[in-house]
Design a binder for this molecule. Structure first.
Ligand code: LLP
Length: 427
């Protein structure tokens, strides 16, 4: 269900009108629905349960990069979520939010020695290793600190995720993962290293996938590897299928999470029956967007309307520094007036105040609006705040979490003085 709906002509988040949020906290402000977050996480948790899984046979590791606010991490952690991280900073966030580091998996192609030390000191669940050089470095660092590093190799299954090229990661030409044909040799190498403990296999083929066919295909490709490894005496404890399930931005119809998980678990069960007398393997998921994407909007106010020759602009107080996705991927986000107005709509480009032609949030939208109106940029919960910047010395937006009719400020708006507090002039 949608927790963003009009009541008496005013767009609400759960039971709270967005006008109320603008009055209290100003704009631009990211606004999240707690109920939506809970529902989206529960879709994964319930599908695991419905397919007979417990924590020893399934673990949802929320992808922190999609929205890393402490309140979001804390809420998901309390629901039992693990976390997929890509930096030492994200690990420190998870810990600050009360998340369990022993449910953390560490992805990413460029882990530094310091990040490895930090993660080892917190006994994370697994390092998803993306190259031989990284494997070697991790072995050395683990040896220095007297530990064995738990490792999965991120294998590139070379399947086409059929999504935007910038967010497709499972093809040969991407920088991610270890090539399928090199995976066996790399596993043998990993198994021979004294400070590495091989525990799993991992892939992540892309993001905003509407169909689960490429994921199931990737699963099949990787099971062949697992079988070959097991014949060589290398037995894996978990299988990480990555994240990637998409959301509805613009009449998109993503596969339902429950349906995807059920199909995947059926495949897992058939495979384990066929090859391993039904012995289970723990399945890991790394969802981001499908948990937070449609749980958040970006609330913004129209500063000016500019009616030009054949082109109308709504200049708003949010910009590409707040929400990069349109500028970066030509991504489409719905735009809804917070208070509905009568009158004929005009066609507008919704743009920000930043000095770049690429600074737009939406193009050619029919809107009945006036100066001072509030707009909601929809589906902005994932890769919104986390990708924001301070370009043009703009403080980042505030973040508010709505819980029914209760409002929680979960990140204050940045003040300009904070933006240059770490800088100094020459003596
Ligand atoms: N696991 C790994 C290793 C990833 O690289 C990602 C996302 C995820 C999990 C989570 O994927 P999700 O379930 O959210 O699709 N900034 C882009 C998306 C970049 C995705 C990067 N990796 C956007 O705004 O569309």
């Amino acid at each position: 269900m949608s927790y963003f709906a009009y009541k008496n002509g005013v767009l609400h988040v759960e039971n709270t009108p967005l006008t109320e949020i603008a009055n209290q906290f100003g704009s631009p402000t990211y606004v999240y629905s707690k109920a939506a977050l809970v529902e989206n996480f529960s879709a994964y948790a319930q599908a695991c349960k419905a397919n007979g899984r417990d924590e020893s046979t399934s673990l949802v590791c929320y992808s922190v990069k999609s929205n890393s606010n402490l309140a979001v991490l804390n809420l998901l952690g309390r629901m039992g979520s693990g976390f997929d991280i890509v930096s030492g900073g994200e690990l420190l966030r998870v810990i600050a939010a009360g998340g369990d580091p022993r449910k953390v998996i560490f992805s990413g192609v460029g882990k530094t020695q310091d990040e490895m030390r930090l993660a080892l000191s917190h006994d994370i669940l697994c390092f998803n290793v993306e190259s031989t050089a990284e494997l070697q470095r991790l072995n050395d660092v683990a040896g220095e600190v007297g530990k064995q590093a738990p490792v999965s190799l991120r294998v590139n299954p070379n399947v086409d995720a059929k999504t935007h090229p910038y967010i497709s990661t499972g093809l040969k030409e991407n920088k991610f993962g270890i090539a399928y044909d090199e995976a066996l040799a790399t596993y043998r190498k990993a198994a021979s290293l004294p400070h590495i403990r091989v525990v799993g296999i991992d892939c992540h083929i892309g993001s905003q996938l509407l169909d689960d066919t490429p994921l199931l295909e990737a699963f099949d490709r990787l099971t062949e590897l697992v079988d070959q490894l097991s014949e060589e005496g290398i037995h894996l404890h978990h299988f990480d299928i990555g994240g990637g399930i998409g959301i509805n931005y613009n009449n998109d119809q993503p596969v339902a999470v429950g349906d995807y998980l059920t199909r995947l678990f059926q495949k897992v069960d058939q495979w384990r029956q066929r090859r391993y007398q039904g012995a289970p393997i723990q399945v890991l998921f790394e969802p981001g967007r499908s948990i937070v994407g449609n749980a958040g909007v970006l609330l913004t106010q129209v500063e000016y309307l500019k009616h030009g020759d054949g082109k109308n602009f709504a200049i708003v107080d949010a910009a590409m520094n707040d929400l990069m996705r349109p500028a970066m991927y030509q991504a489409w986000h719905g735009v809804q007036p917070v208070t509905q107005r009568a009158g004929a709509p005009k066609t507008y480009d919704v743009v920000g105040p930043v000095c770049e032609s690429g600074d737009w949030l939406a193009r050619e939208r029919a809107l009945a609006i006036e100066q001072g109106d509030l707009l909601a940029i929809m589906s902005a919960g994932a890769y919104g705040m986390t990708m924001s910047s301070n370009y043009n010395t703009r403080g980042r937006a505030a973040e508010v979490m709505v819980d029914g009719d209760k409002l929680h400020l979960i990140r204050q708006r940045e003040a300009a003085s904070e933006l240059f507090a770490l800088e100094s002039v020459l003596p």
